[in-house]
Design a protein around this ligand. Structure first.
Ligand code: ADP
Length: 493
């Protein structure tokens, strides 16, 4: 009883499936195709067996040879089946088309492309068979024997044969898609979109198919063989080319995704920098704003409170320095070097004057600032104001990134050719993993962010300036032990 019910259910489902127009079409086309194929096998003459085998081999090998692009695999198969029409007649050509189609299915299946279902394979084989049979009908109607026609007619007539064959194939398949997708599928716009592929296909059937057909008629099996080798080889070369292009595309995809990651990193770096920048700009701007408002209300206040002018001027200098840093970094980023104007000057005197200005700053933080200069006068050829920025940056970092009661020491040594300036502190130090990137722009040690304000630009600029003097900068550091930044500059460059 249950078995009967299940059977009834299966039949009901099958009838349901058959009610769908696309299934009716699928089975109708497949049925006609199979009848055609069956008839072709039955009427196969033993005398044409060799020719048929050769053409089929050609169709199958060209299918396997061009597997990289399934669409194209179809088309090479079509070209061969059309080429077999004059020698083998409509039914022989149907067999060649079927062999090509099965070859395509086999090759696509083995190449990793999605495997078609049995219904689809039957449909494809049938479409190819019907299309080639109809094309053959047209051929024998208008081209009874192409060898007796004037030779210049041939290209024109083969062109028509190619267009007809291509369009028959196209419309058979498109009707199926239309039935599956429904009225939203616009046949005409699909036709327009696939024009380029059609032209390629028509060209392939027209030239490739036409030439093989001509050769087979004129020279028989030798003619087919003569074309088999170059065609097979070119199909194989094409496959290699496509595989190579594919791997190149894969590579390109990889590069694009790496670049995207890099860009994302860059964007987050910039975001962090902008956040810091707005923070750093806000303090001096607020100071300037507050004091300016005060002075607007009470201009007579200034003589009694001169520190207001000092605070405004310091804030302006901070802002200017910030802007200059950004400009320098942007310049470095654009691949340019920082502008250097060289002159002879006494580096020892410069270091001493910087020491003088920073002594008070250090004392405010209860930090002892020491100086150790080997020689009272060290003349070098360089940009004094830019090197001043370098030393200020290193000394202020030494103080900034050290807790209270620390020690910062500036050392200056010289030989005949070069000078070494180092700034040593016993402060927070830099973790080992941050050391390789510490001279990159916007880089800051994570744990330092809440200990001191900064933009992460100073060391990038230091490096830019030192390198513009043909010098080097290096760092030795250990977390919670301290750091030594050393620059080495040639005296004369
Ligand atoms: P900023 O000080 O504006 O953040 P820098 O480019 O001068 O930018 O420094 C980059 C980072 O290197 C700092 O944020 C800090 O984390 C680390 N750093 C620089 N100098 C020292 C130092 N002397 N001791 C410890 N860390 C330092």
């Amino acid at each position: 009883m249950i078995a009967r019910k299940n059977y009834a259910l299966t039949v009901e489902r099958a009838i349901d499936q058959l009610r769908k127009p696309e299934n009716v079409y699928l089975w109708l086309v497949s049925l006609v195709g199979m009848i055609l194929l069956g008839f072709s096998i039955l009427t196969l003459e033993s005398s044409s067996f060799k020719t048929l085998a050769l053409f089929s081999l050609l169709a199958i090998s060209s299918a396997i040879g061009t597997t990289s692009v399934p669409e194209l695999t179809f088309e090479t198969g079509s070209a061969i089946s059309v080429a077999s029409i004059p020698l083998l007649g409509p039914f022989g050509a149907v067999l060649v088309a079927a062999c090509g189609s099965i070859g395509t299915w086999f090759a696509v299946k083995n190449s990793g492309y999605s495997r078609a279902s049995l219904g689809q394979v039957l449909f494809n084989v049938s479409v190819q068979s019907i299309a080639v049979a109809l094309t053959a009908g047209l051929y024998f109607q208008f081209l009874p024997d192409q060898l007796i026609l004037p030779i210049y007619y041939l290209p024109f007539l083969w062109f028509i044969v190619s267009v007809v064959h291509d369009q028959l194939n196209f419309w058979f398949v498109m009707i199926m898609v239309r039935l599956q997708v429904g009225p939203t599928f616009d046949l005409m716009s699909t036709w327009l979109e696939t024009r380029w592929a059609m032209s390629l296909n028509i060209l392939l059937i027209w030239l490739g198919g036409g030439l093989v057909a001509f050769a087979s008629l004129k020279f028989g099996l030798t003619g087919i063989l003569a074309y088999f080798v170059p065609l097979g080889l070119s199909a194989y070369a094409f496959r290699l080319y496509i595989n190579k292009t594919q791997s190149y595309m894969d590579n390109l995809e990889q590069i694009v995704s790496e670049r995207t990651e890099e860009l994302q990193e860059l964007v987050s770096e910039k975001d962090a920098f902008l956040a810091m920048l707005t923070h750093d700009m806000k303090t001096p701007l607020t100071t300037i704003g507050l004091y300016a408002q005060m002075l607007e209300k009470r201009p007579d206040m200034l003589p009694k409170k001169p520190h207001i002018a000092t605070a405004i001027s310091r804030s302006q200098k901070n802002l200017l320095e910030l802007v200059n840093n950004i400009l320098d970094v942007e310049q470095l980023q654009a691949g340019g070097a920082i502008k250097i104007e060289k002159e002879h000057f006494d580096l020892a005197a410069l270091v001493e004057s910087i020491y003088g200005t920073f002594e008070a700053v250090a004392a405010e933080k209860k930090t002892v600032l020491k100086i150790d200069i080997q020689q009272s006068e060290i003349i070098i050829f360089g940009d004094e104001s830019q090197l001043k920025r370098v030393i200020i940056n290193l000394v202020s970092n030494g103080i900034k990134y050290s807790p209270e009661n620390s020690e910062v020491c500036i050392r200056l040594n010289t030989t005949r050719e070069a000078v070494w300036l180092s700034v040593e502190d016993n402060g927070y130090g830099i973790p080992e993993e941050d050391l390789p990137h510490i001279f990159d722009k916007y880089q800051r040690v994570e744990s330092h962010k809440d200990k001191a304000v900064g933009t992460g630009l100073g060391l990038a600029i230091v490096k830019g300036i030192v390198e513009a003097h043909a010098g080097t900068v290096s760092v030795e550091s250990q977390s919670d032990k301290g750091s030594i930044f050393t620059i080495c500059l040639p005296k004369q460059v």
